[in-house]
Every structure is written in structure tokens, then in C-alpha cells.
Design a protein around this ligand. Structure first.
Ligand code: SF4
Length: 192
């Protein structure tokens, strides 16, 4: 039991110590990633104007549904949308739009690595969000490699993950904690 408590404390400490995703601190990088998500055929982040009916009609066609149904899937309820307390601390970084407005709020997208708006959406939307707990946010960060991270940083992260996996197996072969919460802590696939 003592080992479990100590390990959990360590996990929480690491969650708190995580650095902010680079795009939350660098407006140029955020804009580059956002623009790539707007342009990519398989992502199509938008719409710029939330009343753009043509955009929602295209989205409805993509999902073989109606615009009204398509409008129910937004960043705000996507599994990759991070509005956890720790991420909100990161988000007041440089931004080209308000953190909150009448339509919703900004959060961090773990699939495409930019600050997306809860009222928008993209073709890689997946149910299960938002991410509202620090522990779940930490899981996404642990499993993600930021595209712009130097190779050495990526290698260090991979090593750290391997060490963690080994130590978890040492306690019975499975994960010690089922942290639950929004999202499956997936691999952040579908990124640029
Ligand atoms: S993956 Fe989800 S959070 Fe990211 S832009 Fe698409 S809908 Fe928004």
C-alpha cells in the first residue's frame, strides 16, 4: 500500500512538473500548426465564422449526416481537447484570439498541437472529451512527442516511457492506476 501511495505521489508530481506544450508559448508555432490543420484535407479545422453554413454542410456530407447533427461534434467535446487546470495555466501564453468569448473557450488540441476553440471542430474529432483533469492531461503529454521537439528530447522521453513501463510491470504486469476521465489517453494520432 505504501508503495502505491508513494508511486501515486510521484505520478502527481510529474504531472505538475510537465512543461507547457511549445505551441501554447509560441504564437508563430501555434499559428503554423493551426493553419496546417485548416488546410489539410483530412483535418479541415474550422469554420472561421461559426455561422458558415457551407462549412457545416460539407462536414455533414463527410460524416454522412445532417448539418444539425454535425454541429453537435465540436472541439469542446472532443477527446483531444485539453482544458485541464494545468493546461489553462499554459494557455494565457501569446494568442491571436481571446481565451474565452461568447461562443466558448480555447483549449489545447493534442492531435494537431495548437490552441483550438471549443466551438470549432475538425474531421478527426473523436468522442470522449474534453480533458478536464490534470492527470489525464499528463497522460496525453507522456504519450505525445511534440512535432517540433528536438530529437534528443524525443529520445529522452522514449527512454522515460520505457522505464515507466518496466517499473509498472514490476508491480504485477498492468497499469497501477486507472485514472479514467475524459479521453482514452490515446497516442495523439492523426497529428500533422
Ligand atoms: S482533434 Fe478534436 S480538439 Fe483537435 S481540432 Fe479536431 S475536433 Fe478540435
Amino acid at each position: 500500500m505504501k508503495i502505491l501511495i508513494e508511486s501515486f505521489k510521484q505520478f502527481l508530481k510529474e504531472a505538475i512538473d510537465l512543461v507547457c506544450p511549445p505551441a501554447t508559448q509560441d504564437l508563430e508555432l501555434n499559428t503554423k500548426n493551426r493553419d496546417a490543420a485548416i488546410e489539410a484535407e483530412h483535418i479541415q479545422y474550422g469554420p472561421l465564422n461559426l455561422d458558415d453554413e457551407e462549412y457545416w454542410e460539407r462536414s455533414a456530407e463527410h460524416w454522412n449526416t445532417t448539418p444539425d447533427i454535425a454541429k453537435k461534434s465540436r472541439c469542446g467535446n472532443c477527446t483531444a481537447f485539453d482544458v485541464s487546470p494545468r493546461m489553462k495555466e499554459c494557455l494565457p501564453g501569446p494568442t491571436s484570439e481571446a481565451i474565452e468569448d461568447a461562443e466558448g473557450e480555447l483549449g489545447y488540441c493534442w492531435m494537431h498541437h495548437f490552441k483550438c476553440h471549443s466551438a470549432r471542430y475538425c474531421y478527426t474529432w473523436a468522442a470522449g472529451g474534453p480533458i478536464s483533469e490534470d492527470t489525464v492531461s499528463a497522460q496525453w503529454q507522456e504519450k505525445n512527442e511534440f512535432p517540433e521537439e528536438p530529437i534528443e528530447e524525443k529520445k529522452k522521453k522514449r527512454k522515460k516511457r520505457r522505464r515507466k513501463r518496466r517499473s509498472k510491470r514490476g508491480y504485477g504486469g498492468g497499469y497501477m492506476f486507472d485514472l479514467g476521465g475524459g479521453g482514452d489517453g490515446g497516442d495523439g494520432g492523426g497529428g500533422e
